[in-house]
Ligand binder design. Structure first.
Ligand SMILES: Cc1cc2nc3c(=O)[nH]c(=O)nc-3n(C[C@H](O)[C@H](O)[C@H](O)COP(=O)(O)O)c2cc1C
Length: 355
């Protein structure tokens, strides 16, 4: 098997079938994205929470650092009803933490609009980003067509075979299958979240058998062994998040990198307590205290808005108890190195198998 020449390396014009996941909220600095692309993979800017202005600035920076292809990742907006009872439950339960962190009144929640997403897409189009990936759903057909017409490659996210089929039917050119091992938010959109908790080893071959578009495997892949395993199961590329979090170029704070380097496979948990959407991260005080009440909290992104200043303040105070630290079950394999070194190590490990 030629591990590095795949349908995806051809489509994306990259040297190695390794995609650094778009990770919204700060980890994916222009330096990280460019370093991965310069090393022959595909770097991705996690733009889900970014304003169109900051996206434009970061895309410009990426272009100054690399002339290789890169991607931008966006969140497909969801219809979130503001449930007043759930908002007040959440505020009541979170009050002691707000007091502990000397925070004022909770923020007023805002109904998400389509406007932000449209502005983000306009930046992707006007700056001619080579690849655009999506999670949390499938954008409207007109958007997929618009991007493809502009020669922008489109990638969807699925957590079940059925969701991958829906992505293919909608015209996505490639699909990420996100196993239950994965760090960060679940991309589940067409089935209940519990049904979307399929391990990547089961998910890859069953998806490959069901769709014609190339499959990208995500979840727990941290080194050359993981990349090869995914390739053997039929994936045409991998998408890795956690492995890049502790890289020198990653935007998370140094103290958080050190913390991640000291965690093991048993230390992560999927919880909806932080944002209203299930996501895998380190089990800390916040999770222990609020996960049992997650069903009383409002849905994403309303709960995310309610916990935002708590997470921010905890981050400022270097307090790991009250912030979300997304990471996958492979966290115990995290390394402290540059993105180029990580890429090099992965490639060397695979070459050792002489495939
Ligand atoms: C810190 C963090 C943030 C993430 N943010 C996003 C995101 O913004 N968009 C997205 O599509 N996936 C996001 N993910 C999920 C990744 O795309 C991918 O599914 C996951 O990282 C794969 O599992 P791994 O972390 O074990 O490599 C995030 C993952 C992590 C660890």
């Amino acid at each position: 098997m030629k591990w590095k020449n795949t349908a995806i390396t051809k489509k994306l014009r990259i040297d190695y079938p390794i995609i650094q996941a778009g990770m919204a909220g700060g980890p994916t600095t222009p330096e990280l994205v460019a370093a991965v692309s310069n090393a022959g993979g595909l770097g991705t800017l996690g733009a889900g929470y970014m304003t169109s202005e900051s996206m434009r600035i970061d895309i410009e920076k990426i272009r100054k650092l690399t002339d290789r292809p890169f991607a931008v990742n966006l969140f497909v907006p969801e219809n979130a009803e503001i449930d007043a009872d759930k908002v007040s439950n959440s505020n009541r339960l979170l009050r002691p933490i707000r007091e502990k962190l000397h925070l004022g009144d909770p923020p007023a929640v805002q109904q998400p609009t389509l406007e932000t997403f449209r502005k983000q897409l306009d930046v992707v189009i006007t700056t001619q980003v080579p690849v655009c990936s999506f999670t949390f759903g499938i954008p409207d057909q007109s958007i997929i067509d618009e991007l493809k017409d502009r020669n922008i490659r489109v990638i969807g996210t699925a957590t079940t075979v059925h969701e991958a089929v829906l992505n293919e039917r909608a015209g996505m050119e490639m699909v990420v299958v996100q196993g239950s091992e994965a760090g960060g938010h679940r991309g589940t959109f067409a089935v209940p979240f519990a049904e979307g908790m399929v391990g990547v080893m089961a998910l890859i071959p069953q998806t490959v058998d069901a769709v014609h578009i190339p499959v990208i495997a995500a979840g727990g892949i941290m080194d050359g062994r993981g990349v090869l395993a995914a390739r053997i199961l039929g994936a045409e590329a991998v998408q890795m998040g956690t492995a890049f979090l502790t890289c020198l170029e990653s935007g998370i704070s140094e103290w958080q990198k050190k913390l991640l380097l000291n965690h093991a496979e048993t230390d992560t948990v999927v919880t909806a307590a932080f944002s209203g959407k299930p996501a895998r991260g380190i089990r800390n005080e916040f999770v222990k205290r609020f996960d049992p009440f997650a069903h009383l909290f409002p849905v994403y992104p309303i709960q995310n808005q309610l916990t935002q200043d708590i997470r921010k303040k905890a981050g400022k105070e270097k307090n790991p108890d009250w912030l979300s630290m997304w990471a996958g079950q492979g966290v115990g394999m995290s390394k402290e190195c540059s993105a180029a070194e990580l890429m090099e190590q992965i490639i060397m490990e695979i070459d050792r198998f002489s495939l």
